[in-house]
Write a protein that binds this ligand. Sequence first.
Ligand code: NAP
Ligand code: NAG
Length: 326
Amino acid sequence: MRLLQIIMPVLRNYYIAMTVLLQQLFRRSSPLPVLPQRNGKVAIVTGGARGIGFHTAKHLARLGMHVIIVGNNESDGRQAVTRIQQDTLHEKVEFLFCDLASMKSIRNCVRNFKAKNLDLHVLVNNAGVMLEPEGKTEDGFEKHFGINYLSHFLLTRLLLDTLRKSGTNDFNARVVTVSSATHFTGKVNLEDLQSSHCYSSHGAYAQSKLALVLFTYHLQHLLTVDGSYVTANVVDPGVVNTDLYKNLCYLGSFLKWMTGWLLLKSAEEGASTSIYSSVSPDLEGIGGCYLYNGERIKSADVSYNIELQKKLWTESCKMAVLPVSS
Ligand SMILES: NC(=O)c1ccc[n+]([C@@H]2O[C@H](COP(=O)([O-])OP(=O)(O)OC[C@H]3O[C@@H](n4cnc5c(N)ncnc54)[C@H](OP(=O)(O)O)[C@@H]3O)[C@@H](O)[C@H]2O)c1
Ligand SMILES: *[C@@H]1O[C@H](CO)[C@@H](O)[C@H](O)[C@H]1NC(C)=O
């Protein structure tokens, strides 16, 4: 029984990854349409120092945005800033330190951001970890749950007032959250969100990515109800060649090395749906969508469960020590 609980999430994740890879064999990624300049608008990209986040940050800078990379490695972050400044000849790129495994650090980061007195037009919740061995964040949450999901829940909630102030009827502010096809295999178990009953790194990753979809839909619901000029969408980048796979087993790493060049998207290709969702006029005023290859598709059935969305929201407020209303 216990063995099954460990093996099933692995098989489900590999199955999903294989189906996506097969699709990518025929269609790697759709090219980005020409996007409008967004001079002077402000964007935050978590995990923007590497991988998909780096290319997202770089493209937004190229469109004239003031880009703030949020990350937990000061030297990597500063290097990424310099690279983007050199590549885009755009000065307004900066780094803000934030360890998403620490609520104190997230609150500090938001305080530092707010001290700059800037607007915020785009928040890209991109950072993430995968296949981490069992472990806890500073606040005692399971790592995938804490770093991928709860940190972004807290960050978004703390920045929502700035997003609301910055959005207008013509230019809604946008929250873009990076999930994954793995969410299709995920289960959100409200009785055991910290996976303490039977830990599976595959299961914990999938849960965190499903939680991000549920979060986005409920957030959009609340934003619609109070008439805010802010929209929330969630994206799936595909299977992308990044350091996210650093914890893959030997066999997995070998297969990735053999076939990666053919099947995996480059980090730049992987960033395209995040970029599209952050600035495309097609999505002006539109929220509550799950996007893949620049198109709206259906997410897992369970992600549309309104009761589950609400319960997860309420639980998350408690865990992040926030009032339930937004
Ligand atoms: N690659 C794929 O195939 C794929 C597929 C589906 C979804 N995604 C999602 O895409 C997003 C980006 O991943 P990626 O593929 O670009 O992986 P990546 O290259 O490993 O980038 C992840 C980023 O998150 C940051 N991060 C991790 N832990 C952090 C923490 N505690 N505090 C602050 N930042 C932290 C990392 O910073 P450090 O290096 O400093 O830790 C890094 O910049 C993730 O949410 C991932 O789940 C990726
Ligand atoms: C930051 O990343 C570099 C490699 O990119 C690594 O050598 C260094 O130890 C990291 N620093 C911290 C504080 O994790």
